[in-house]
Ligand binder design. Sequence first.
Ligand code: ADP
Length: 495
Amino acid sequence: MRGIRYRVDIRTLRVRLTLWYVLLMGITLLVFSVYVYFRLQNNLIAQVDSSLQVTASQALTNLDMENARPAFQNTEEAKTTAAQLSSAGVAVQVISSEGTVWDGFGAYQSVPKWRPSGPGFVTVGEDKNSWRIYSQPIRSADGRRLIGWLQTAHSLASVEHTLEGLREQLYFALPLVLLLAALGGFFLANRALSPIDRITRTAQAITASDLNQRINYQGPADEVGRLASTLDHMLERLQQAFAQERRFTDDAAHELRTPLTVLKGRIGVTLSRQRSKSHYEQTLMELDREVDRLIHLSTALLFLSRIDQNLVARGTRPVHFSELIISIVEQMQPLAEEKGIEIESRIEQGIIVCGYEELLMRLFVNILDNAIKYTPAGGQVSVSAMPSNGEVITRVADTGVGIPEAELPHIFERFYRVASDRSRATGGAGLGLSIVDEIVRQHSGRIDVQSQVGQGTTFTIVLPACNPTENSKVSDPDWLHSHWAKGKANGHKSR
Ligand code: ADP
């Protein structure tokens, strides 16, 4: 996109990475150079020192100590040694304890004056004019009296020259290496970050209305590859969620429109001419039923949209499950009797489930309501609940009309009705089982259905049993109570 590539902006990651790289490289090179420089300097001086020490011990043997002022012997051997040492650049001299030069050979006259206070090495002078001097005491034969000093010296000009060469090389090489590092660093950072640029460009091109685009990163499965595939998966889920949401809104609008159209039509026909009082009463009763359907539908829709807030995940508390199921069966008994259906129940005592009582109630009311609704007169509905291996298994079986096998995978979908004519006649909107499914999911449970057309249907609901330590006190939200109460007060089926 605009200016992402190669823009030298301190805010871009590639420039910041390069600067850090150059900074760290610079510090490392500087420390390394300083170390190499001083190491070389010490080594060179140590070499000079050892040669000065050897020379001093050689020169001492050539010293004539007969006179008051010691001087070098005049033998042929002494002369040869002196010539060799001179050509090696070593100056040797004998000085009095006051510093007066008595004798010497080599370039001893150029050696800076140095009156030692003790034996050892010293560097005298500056830079190329500096000398390294080794002083060794000359003592009387009994060793008590200091006669003077034997000094061996070597110019440090060559050492300084070598060090200067190294300094020049470092002054030149360091900025060059840093420049190369900066270019290399920028190139590497750019190479590593260019897939992210591509991901950014693709992501920028994706809008809510065009969620079918994917990054489709073809590179290796490294950090960037994983980021790209994570984004692709996220887009996939978003697309599904958007599509589901759109389908839900379309279906909801359609479902609300149908009863409203019926209402409008009925009202229009009734108002088209003068009617009798009984006709108006009859029409109002029909309208009342349609309005009931609308209230029921909007309550279910509201419930479905609110339940997505993951109420159960926010906290559950132990629910006396056995008592809950028994009370639901009792509640549904009049409805079943009205239809000539027998309800048989086998509920084990003392079962406790962790969850939301209101939601669990709604779950089983919906299942039982369906069982009664889709079972013809003279049929039977049986309810059983029992604990098993840390779970609670509840079965609601009926001897009703059954569900065709091809339809079974869809019955939990929102607004899905097996045979719309059949369900419309029963007043269902196809939301009851979606609510059931959502409640089961939020309780980390499972639901299974088995059915044979003409024989009956069995729903099996498995919920995790309650671990008493998981108690957490969460009060039921007001909206659940209000809608639940409204549903019952109006005498609707409680979906
Ligand atoms: P509705 O409100 O239409 O009953 P549901 O979501 O509760 O919607 O059920 C979806 C479909 O599953 C219904 O249309 C119905 O045909 C079918 N169904 C649900 N329970 C049963 C049952 N116990 N016996 C036969 N069919 C059932």
